[in-house]
Design a protein around this ligand. Structure first.
Ligand code: ADP
Ligand code: GN1
Ligand code: MG
Length: 355
């Protein structure tokens, strides 16, 4: 964040806030937007600087978020509440774009899953989110990032970055590059299913990390799904898969010691049971067959994205040190290969959970 406290206070004062600003400070651990906690004499807010390098159409992005949150709110679902500007706009646009949300109190966000029961609750909450949006008119949504989970397209972008090798980093990533190239024939199942109609197109969240869900700080039940920037039409497996990628890893997404990176099978089972309990009425046979594969796909895809960003000079994901993206890549590819080895066992869990 380049703005100083005085600038930030000025920015916040342009929104319809209650009370006088007492404090503004950085908050959260997202990799894309910059998030700040704003405290006033009356309540708390979340101020976000929208990453317009990633989200190139902030107007359309905010229209999506308003449409989805208003739809959920009208159905009594707790959701993000967009605070409009004093001029009546859903965000502050200009060279730098800001939006303000009401802070949802008495909740916690976990960076790491604390126990199986909490992860079961996450699965249930993300499954319910898909159900809640099942009648939402997806045609009003703009695709905020084109081909976001189109793994073959991500693979093409990787090959371009490899060929360009703008930072001369390819030589130090040989093993990772080989892995991604060798697995090329495993990337197509979701896009192919959506294209030929054998998989239903749903409204999906597409970024179902555990820190994108606010859990009640007393009951640990999912209260609100947040980070709605990537709510777009997609496949059910995307949401299931990205949660397993991020939550059922025994280590952090950026763990440098690969011996610590494993699929925690009991966490996988707990999430699958929670998610399937919510979608079992609507899930199709083919979706069921590909749910566990979705965990593999989202993990390998994320590895490809980190690797592409590393080869391109770290232009997309926020990094904390120069090799951060290759460390993240290694952890994702290690997890993906373990998931691949366990797919039969994982499918069995999904089938039982959907009964
Ligand atoms: P990013 O896109 O960078 O991941 P998020 O929208 O996920 O940004 O917000 C980052 C963090 O801020 C979340 O993980 C959560 O802890 C917190 N947060 C965001 N919105 C709210 C809210 N309305 N109420 C409470 N906490 C929030
Ligand atoms: C980003 O915004 P955040 O930190 O929740 C990314 C996801 C990745 C994730 C990896 C819009 O999510 O796709 O899976 O980092 N979001 C976007 O941690 O690219
Ligand atoms: Mg987030």
């Amino acid at each position: 964040m380049i703005e100083n406290d005085k600038d930030l206070r000025l920015i916040v004062s342009l929104f319809n806030i209650e009370g006088e600003i007492t404090m503004i400070k950085p908050y959260g651990e997202g990799l894309i937007n910059s998030t700040l906690l704003v405290t006033t004499t009356k309540r708390r807010y979340i101020l976000q600087r929208i990453n317009t390098n990633v989200f190139k159409q902030p107007n359309e992005l905010m229209n999506n978020i308003c449409a989805v949150t208003e739809y959920l709110h009208a159905r009594g679902v707790e959701t993000l509440e967009v605070v409009h500007t004093k001029a009546g706009d859903p965000f502050l646009s200009g060279e730098i774009c800001y939006r303000l949300y009401v802070f949802i109190e008495d909740t916690v966000t976990y960076q790491k899953v604390p126990d199986t029961k909490t992860f079961y609750n996450c699965g249930k909450a993300f499954g319910e989110f898909q159900n809640q949006l099942s009648s939402f008119d997806a045609s009003v949504l703009t695709e905020t990032i084109l081909n976001f989970h189109n793994t073959p397209t991500r693979f093409e972008a990787f090959k371009k970055a490899l060929e360009a090798d703008v930072c001369g980093r390819a030589a130090e990533c040989k093993q990772e590059i080989d892995f991604v190239l060798k697995h090329a024939d495993t990337y197509y199942k979701a896009v192919e299913g959506l294209r030929d109609g054998s998989l239903p197109l749903r409204v999906t969240h597409n970024d179902t990390k555990i820190n994108n869900i606010l859990m009640d700080n007393k009951t640990n039940v999912g209260r609100a799904i947040i980070d709605l920037d990537t709510v777009m039409p997609g496949a059910m497996m995307y949401d299931f898969g990205d949660s397993i990628r991020s939550g059922a890893n025994t280590a952090a997404e950026d763990e440098p010691d690969l011996d610590k990176v494993h699929l925690d099978f009991s966490l996988f089972k707990a999430y699958a049971e929670g998610f399937c309990s919510a979608v079992k009425e609507s899930i199709t046979k083919k979706e069921k067959e590909l749910l566990a594969y979705g965990a593999y796909l989202m993990t390998v895809e994320c590895g490809i994205r980190f690797l592409t960003d590393y080869l391109s000079g770290d232009t997309y994901f926020k990094i904390k040190y120069p090799t951060h993206n290759i460390v993240r890549t290694r952890a994702q590819l290690r997890l993906a290969s373990e998931i691949e080895e366990n797919l039969d066992k994982m499918n069995e869990v999904v089938f039982n959970a959907c009964k």
